[in-house]
Design a protein around this ligand. Sequence first.
Ligand SMILES: Cc1cc2nc3c(=O)[nH]c(=O)nc-3n(C[C@H](O)[C@H](O)[C@H](O)COP(=O)(O)OP(=O)(O)OC[C@H]3O[C@@H](n4cnc5c(N)ncnc54)[C@H](O)[C@@H]3O)c2cc1C
Ligand code: SF4
Length: 342
Amino acid sequence: MSKQVIVIGGGVAGLEAAGQLSKAGIEVSLIEKENKTGGHLNDWYKLFPDRRNSSEVKEYLDGITHHDGIKLLTNTTIEKFNSNKSHFSIITNEGKELTADAVVVATGFDLFKSARKEEYGYGIYDNVITSTDLEEMFRKGKIVLSNGNVPKTIGIVHCVGSRDEKVGNLYCSKLCCVTAVKQAIELREHLPESKVFCFYMDMRMGGAFYEELYREAQEKWGVNFIRGKVSEAGEAIDNKLIIKVEDTLAGRPLKMEVDLLVLMAGMEMSEGGKKISKMCGLNTGENRFFAVADHHYGSNRSNIKGVFYAGTCTAPMNITETISHARAAVSEVMDYLKNVRK
Ligand SMILES: Cc1cc2nc3c(=O)[nH]c(=O)nc-3n(C[C@H](O)[C@H](O)[C@H](O)COP(=O)(O)OP(=O)(O)OC[C@H]3O[C@@H](n4cnc5c(N)ncnc54)[C@H](O)[C@@H]3O)c2cc1C
Ligand code: SF4
């Protein structure tokens, strides 16, 4: 008899895990709370490091999940979870019961809510936006201010909601430095007359081709990198934004006027993940992401036998890492299922 697995979350990790499990002959129920799959991949227009269109990755994921062996349930959440030795059963929001031999949790991340950093004025000043808002502008091919004018001076603020004791997130979100660099290049491409300034604490470019992108931003596109923390943003009468920066390299405070301020919001454990953690009794760590059984050789295993993790529900990861982590989860599930009796 074939084995059954429930995958919770239909982002990059959940889709990859469902696709690979189905290829191996497992019957998969893929549960996604939204009305479509893809998760945050749907929010990005062009991807770092090579600026390919995100739709190409979505096409790949849609391709591997078009299997008869995958039952996709969108607009679906889990209301009840029961585990009895090696048997799992869940009840969905529509009252449907699903059973399985193993579960893969792939509930991903939420972006830090930038309005929590009141001092930056997100939600107060129209021309303070997030990296996600900017992606939407790139998709539409229109980068304009609230009054319809084209921005001439643009500031990008790193570490919004990460490495920040005040908001309780001590960790680095890992991907916002490279996102800032990618978006700075794209801004210069779209608006060659503009000046772009990135305000950073450290540049963390630890990924394949990230450093090259950083170099390209400086040498080819003339992006200005200022080591300093933006302490606050305010608005002048002419709608310009005044920002205060502590320039830690020059060792002096700086006051600057920009037309547009882009906030690099970090990654946090998703609300959907928190709900699953509470309902199933899955442990979370200090950083509130799911706690893995072992950081070196057990990053897909949870504290419940038969429940595995895939992707950014455990830590910030790029797409390459997410896909590898999902494949590793599948390998763990297959190994586990070999020893499960029907
Ligand atoms: C600003 C920013 C830009 C980025 N740009 C790039 C890039 O250019 N290149 C790159 O390689 N990486 C990029 N990334 C990283 C990339 O977004 C992630 O690697 C990827 O989205 C992780 O996929 P995931 O499936 O783990 O999580 P998610 O994308 O968050 O997917 C999780 C899915 O689970 C669903 N879900 C959550 N809870 C539940 C629940 N309880 N029940 C059912 N469904 C649920 C969600 O609706 C969602 O569909 C970026 C990240 C950030 C923060
Ligand atoms: S990746 Fe860069 S911007 Fe993001 S939290 Fe780490 S240091 Fe800050």
